[in-house]
Design a protein around this ligand. Structure first.
Ligand code: PLP
Length: 385
């Protein structure tokens, strides 16, 4: 089956009682039991006892998302951060994790400020050079955690090369695939072991819910993630699960358009005299354009550009009329943001500047409005600098 067919049908069988074509929102906290130790069961499934542990709406979404990434198992969580936190429970006290140094600020915060208190060790390196990963691996390294392309400066990591190095050292590889969605990049095909997403972004796609997912193939690790999901309890609600399922049905179409408009916006910015630099892996000038072209099916709708100063960035951000000044990404509406003071404010200034997250950097999540309207709005805002 092709991607769009899988997105529409996997986990989405008509409901057994009425034939409803849409998976119902099973808004229940518990399930009646026939007698002690005897469950009534539901459809083909048996053993629904309590809705933190099992919920048919969530199960349908988990099956859907696992299929989209080409994985056997999926677990949906209350947020992307909850999914990442659950994944890190595969690592034990005294063990070490190598992480992409330009990872999402919330991931950096969880690793460096929370999990270090439990004696987990982290090294943040530029994973776009596989030699850095190799050099950072220690005898107690059990995980390599990647983001590609990174937020917001779009650094690309070679998933196959890093997976080979990590596996030789007996470490699992995790990839946060939020920026690409499984339509544009399927990390498991390059040897990655576990994929995490903030479903809040492209998978939901409509900016109306927070959620996360972990998908993987290894049975033992999957059993542990499932155990953590139930034990710690940061599950995705039935309604939010349903919203993400509604989102994935149009994921292929939406990503095609995000990609088309993303390329057009990047090309427009590259020619603009007020723009000093554009960060977009789809651009031939991007240092890893060839790798991105091999590893990704497209380049998506995330574009960052530098206008040289905080004053110029402020002018752009405060002059847009169609684009909305907001954090987040991956929704139908175009969002524009200022990483240095918004998403990456928790990263220290020196590190930010080293990564290219200057005061003049502006990030756009190119939405699904007409491409010429998006470009027209950015053009009029740039003209005010
Ligand atoms: C790449 C990436 N990973 C993870 C997250 C965290 O997801 P959530 O906000 O759903 O917890 C985000 C949120 O912006 C993100 O951009």
């Amino acid at each position: 089956m092709g991607f769009a067919t899988t997105a529409i049908h996997s986990g989405q069988e008509p409901e057994a009682t009425t034939g409803a074509v849409t998976v119902p929102i099973y808004q229940t906290s518990t399930y009646a039991q026939e007698g002690l130790g005897k469950h009534k069961g539901y459809g083909k499934h048996k053993g629904y006892e309590y809705a933190r542990t099992q919920n048919p709406t969530r199960a349908a979404l988990e099956k859907n998302l696992a299929a989209l990434e080409g994985a056997k198992y999926g677990f949906a969580f209350a947020s992307g951060m909850a999914a990442i936190d659950a994944t890190l429970r595969l690592v034990k006290a005294g063990e070490h994790v190598v992480v992409s140094d330009n990872t999402y600020g919330g991931t950096f915060r969880l690793f460096s400020r929370v999990l270090t208190n439990y004696n987990l060790e982290f090294d943040f390196v530029d994973t776009s050079n596989v030699l850095n990963v190799e050099a950072a691996i220690k005898p107690n390294t059990r995980m390599v955690f990647l983001e590609t392309p990174t937020n917001p400066v779009m650094i690309v990591t070679d998933l196959r090369a890093v997976s080979e190095v990590a596996h030789r050292a007996g470490a699992r590889v995790v990839c946060d695939n939020t920026f690409m969605s499984p339509y544009l990049q399927r990390p498991l095909e390059f040897g990655v072991d576990i994929v995490v997403h903030s479903t809040t972004k492209y998978l939901n796609g409509h900016s109306d819910g927070i959620g996360g997912v972990v998908v993987l193939n290894n049975e033992e690790d999957a059993a542990w993630i499932g155990f953590i999901q139930n034990s710690a309890g940061a599950i995705l609600s039935p309604f939010d699960s349903w919203l993400v399922m509604r989102g994935t049905k149009t994921l292929a179409l939406r990503m095609e358009q995000h990609d088309k408009s993303g390329r057009a916006v990047a090309a427009f910015l590259e020619e603009h005299p007020r723009v000093k630099k554009v960060y977009y892996p789809g651009s031939a000038a991007h240092p890893q354009h060839a790798l991105a072209s091999r590893q990704q099916r497209g380049f998506g709708g995330m574009v960052a550009f530098d206008v040289g100063s905080l004053a110029a960035a402020r002018t752009v951000l405060e002059s847009v009329r169609l684009c909305t000044l907001a954090e987040s990404l991956g929704g139908v509406e175009t969002l524009i943001s200022h990483p240095a003071t918004m998403t990456h404010a928790s990263v220290d200034r020196h590190k930010r500047e080293q990564l290219g997250i200057t005061d003049g950097l502006v990030r756009i999540s190119v939405g699904l409005e007409d491409t010429e309207d998006i470009i027209g709005d950015i053009d009029q805002a740039l003209s005010r600098i």
